[in-house]
Design a protein around this ligand. Structure first.
Ligand code: TNX
Length: 580
């Protein structure tokens, strides 16, 4: 029986109690409701509220759908598709608390009451050709005959459920990220939330503009644990990025185990900027990163920076140094002073051994050889060195990538240059592209995530200028570098150098919200480019990061949803947990 409110006259005829302030439990419930409205709004999102913007969106509000507690996830019989379906279930279960069994299409129909006991994922399919019928749930359809490209997908949301179709498991995976964005932000909660899990009706047909969409993490200036790197991989996956470039070696530390040159890590790995203990990845660590990324359809691109940025290697092996003397370990932030001896054959043995071992650990096709800021190796000595190293990479069956300083070296089939300049006009790079090089664009003044947002934001540099969210968003990778046609642009990458970055919270603060801006430039058709629209969609990501416990910068140019109004007895100071 409901209890009477505090002012209701009791039936006994006693004098009514004066109105009191609400009990703490009532306040807590009200606060939860108010926060809940923000995180789980009762109306579904707009179908277009996705980052990066999808290629085609056809909303149909008459087809809105609410995920029921007994929903099932049905998937075509294919191990890679099944893996994506399982990832979807794992994404949705914590917040919804629903069982969301994953079942093979061929094992349909399932009585609704069986939903709580998921069949084993190894349930054999009755027929490989079987496609999921409409289910009261989510169907993932892998269909090699659909024309959506290597990464595209189609998402149909209707009153009778969701159907996600793609020609590849990668397409399904990207479609799952879109589905995730369309659910209320509370879907990111690690614990169950009572909510109406509404999805907007309609159809999204989507595929990327560029095949290469990446971010770089410098684990050399400061070392980051495997767990930190895996979390960065999660951030990439959320925004449909498909390459993680790891800057594994630099003056301040060597981070990848090389069996044939063990002192690289035991000596060269024991330092970092500022004098901390450094660290390195064992081969097992590195394999773990590679396979975690692969499961999220992300390819790891390892970088061994040569011939400069090699002080840590010279400390470990003085025979590689031009004067055959070990330099002191370096923990500062200057660049351009160190190099391996290009005149000594032993250097090429070293390069072949290191690249050989790294290539053997790396299933992806790309091997990055750095090449930047080798200020003391000039002219023909530099190009001669690069040309030999390019051939070593090709002989390992890999495609060479290097910073755009590689441009004057001879062309080699397939080679990729990474543009990091700030003036976008470099005849040498344009000429290398005319000779056949493809370009990854990472303009220092737009895509460098180690640049500060504003003069007063903590962490970062400003040598390439300040990069607020709009500056990160308002440029076009397809036309950015003079005389380089969009057809030669492989894609875009946002590098995060870590001279000033010492923790995962620092990484996230610099990544978010600029990484989604770069991701959108790489994924979305240029016709969707619109700052006013982007900042609104980006704002919708804030409550998701908050719900997931992810640090981000509350950039003032983004209209983040206001903190819910919670009826409190006293004014509680607002703490901004989003900035470190
Ligand atoms: C330039 S960009 C570098 C890095 C620094 C970075 C700092 C590039 C290829 N080289 O060595 O860490 O600036 O922003």
């Amino acid at each position: 029986m409901p209890s009477p409110g505090p002012t209701a006259a009791p039936a006994t005829g006693e004098v009514p109690l004066p109105a009191r302030e609400p009990a703490p439990a009532t306040l807590a419930q009200a606060a939860e409701r108010a926060a809940g409205d923000l995180l789980t709004p009762s109306a579904p999102h707009r179908l277009a509220d996705v980052v990066p913007a999808p290629a085609q969106v056809q909303p149909d509000p008459t087809e809105d759908w609410v995920l029921p507690a007994e929903a099932v996830i049905v998937v075509t019989a294919d191990p890679a598709a099944l893996a994506v379906a399982t990832q979807l279930a794992e994404l949705l279960r914590p917040a919804t608390g629903y069982p969301l069994p994953v079942i093979h299409a061929a094992s349909r129909p399932l009585p609704a009451t069986d939903a709580a006991t998921p069949p084993s994922p190894s349930t054999p399919p009755a027929s490989d050709a079987a496609a999921p019928e409409r289910v009261d749930g989510i169907a993932l359809v892998l269909d090699a005959s659909v024309d959506l490209g290597a990464e595209g997908y189609r998402l149909d949301i209707a009153r009778d459920g969701v159907r996600l179709t793609a020609g590849t498991a990668t397409g399904l995976f990207h479609g799952v990220q879109t589905l995730r964005h369309l659910l209320p932000p509370a879907i990111e909660s690690p614990t169950p939330v009572t909510a109406r899990w509404a999805l907007p009706g309609g159809t999204i047909t989507d595929a990327p503009r560029f095949p290469y969409r990446g971010a770089m993490l410098d684990v050399a200036r400061h070392f980051f644990t495997v767990e930190d790197v895996l979390r960065v991989v999660d951030h990439l996956a959320r925004y449909k990025l498909n390459h993680l470039h790891l800057h594994l070696t630099d003056d301040q530390g060597w981070r990848i185990a090389v069996d044939s040159w063990p002192r690289l890590t035991s000596v060269g790995g024991a330092t970092e900027v500022g004098g901390g203990p450094g660290g390195h990845y064992t081969k097992a660590d590195y394999r773990r990163i590679v396979s975690y990324a692969a499961a999220r359809h992300i390819t790891v691109v390892p970088e061994i920076d040569l011939p400069g940025h090699t002080n840590s290697a010279l400390v470990a092996y003085p025979e590689l140094a031009p004067d055959k003397t070990a330099p002191p370990p370096y923990t500062g932030t200057e660049v351009g002073f160190s190099y391996v001896d290009p005149a000594d054959e032993r250097t090429y043995d070293f390069v072949a051994d290191v690249l050989g071992e790294v290539a053997a650990l790396t299933p992806g096709p790309l091997l990055h050889i750095g090449g930047d800021e080798a200020f003391k190796v000039n002219g023909e000595v530099y190009t001669g060195f690069v040309e030999r190293v390019q051939r070593i990479v090709a002989d390992l069956g890999k495609t060479v990538v290097g910073w755009h300083q590689l441009a004057p070296a001879a062309h080699l089939d397939g080679r990729v240059l990474q543009w990091w300049g700030t003036n976008a006009d470099d005849p040498t790079t344009a000429e290398a592209v005319r000779r056949g090089a493809r370009l990854i664009v990472s303009p220092g003044n737009h895509a460098y995530l180690d640049m500060k947002y504003a003069p007063d934001t903590p962490i970062g540099h400003d040598w390439a200028g300040l990069i607020d969210v709009r500056k990160a968003y308002d440029w076009d990778p397809g036309t950015h570098v003079a005389e380089v046609p969009a057809t030669a642009v492989l894609g875009v990458e946002a590098p995060l150098w870590t001279e000033s970055v010492t923790s995962l919270a620092d990484i996230e603060f610099l990544l978010l919200p600029r990484l989604p801006a770069i991701a959108e430039l790489g994924w979305s058709p240029r016709a969707t480019h619109d700052w006013a629209d982007f900042r609104e969609r980006l704002a919708g990501q804030g409550p998701r990061w908050a719900a997931a416990g992810i640090t981000f910068h509350r950039a003032p140019e983004v209209p983040w949803p206001s903190t819910p109004t919670i009826p409190t007895q006293r004014n509680t100071p607002q703490t901004d947990t989003a900035t470190p």
